[in-house]
Design a protein around this ligand. Sequence first.
Ligand code: FAD
Length: 379
Amino acid sequence: MSHTDYDVAIIGAGIHGCSTAYHLAKRGARVVVIEADYPGRHASGVNAGGVRTLGRPIQEMPLTLASSALWHELSQTFGRDLGFYTGGQIKVAESEADIATLQKRVALLASHGYHHEVLIDSATTREILPAVSPHVTGAVWVESDGFAVPYRSVTAFRREAQKLGATFIENWRVSSMAQQGSKWVVGVPQGTVGAEYMVMTAGAWSGRLAHDLGETIPVEPGGLMLMVTQRLPHFVDPVVGATSRGLSFKQYDNGTVVIGGELHCEVDIDAAHAELDFSRLANSARIVTDLFPFLKNVSLNRAWSGVEGFTPDKLPVIGYSTTLPKLVYACGFSASGFQLGPASGRAVSELVLDGASKVPIEGLSPARFGQDTWRTKAA
Ligand SMILES: Cc1cc2nc3c(=O)[nH]c(=O)nc-3n(C[C@H](O)[C@H](O)[C@H](O)COP(=O)(O)OP(=O)(O)OC[C@H]3O[C@@H](n4cnc5c(N)ncnc54)[C@H](O)[C@@H]3O)c2cc1C
């Protein structure tokens, strides 16, 4: 491989690498995306597809709302179907304590000027979820949320980026990264690539790659599981979650129901493998049948898992390196980065090309772990 020079080298072709490549290429940057496997092979291609602003931490709010707006436009922008479906997302209350939690949440959002999560009573909940168990007494609801087909979405970003001139190199595992003069030289067993900027979107592997660069970015790998039922008659439009129990499920238009909701499992990061834990899957299935008792005799067709990067505060890391020039991180999405992909990629492109993101992301910066960013230092 020759020593080709690009403006930006992106490490990892999940939804964040592909979206960043798309937004950079759209503005004329020469981009190369280097992927150890194939684009969308890991978390971005196997996740639950939830496009959720509901329940997000305040620090993520501007980004998640910006991403929601993009999700609503993407199929038209790209002229291809991402399987995006806006049936809403709903978090149900199963007790008075849950109702109090939801009331507190809506009040907190209102105090920050956000009104997209709406508290609804028992009757309205039943209008939206006719089959829900009688013990459910209310919910919080975001009508404009929904879900998309993960692999189709990553592929759309990748193809659009390629149309705009971005280069994707598959089956290349980055094994070295170094600053030479004013540029980054990224090494793989097959050769090297030079670029002025480097963007780290290597998902669960990002913490380890940062460590190789001598920087502490606390992204730890973890496994997440999902399962899918046999096809069923249509019974639910929104994505359903519970307030005090981990659960998220949705019914696709082929009738199958995908069940998840932060179902953690063990991971072997070297093997890029997360091991299914059937006792935890069984617990999750029980929550589903508590909420929708008629599902008791439905069979599960399949379960699968994916590898995700988690941070200690469960917030992603998006921003300039604290110690190295011209390096931007976008990783540690902690189980909810699929929805953020479109706007996070745009924010990273703005960091690289303009020095700052238009959508406020200060609360997500690597600087929150203790040091000033390179740009702050240079200013
Ligand atoms: C089971 C599951 C369910 C989920 N459900 C949802 C959901 O419903 N909604 C939601 O918003 N989020 C969800 N998530 C989280 C979401 O999938 C992730 O946050 C998001 O996909 C992360 O994208 P990424 O591009 O950062 O990482 P990834 O998709 O993991 O991509 C990183 C890429 O980097 C590559 N890479 C790593 N090391 C190297 C190297 N040395 N050289 C080159 N390439 C390298 C990897 O091969 C990988 O392809 C879920 C995750 C899982 C696992």
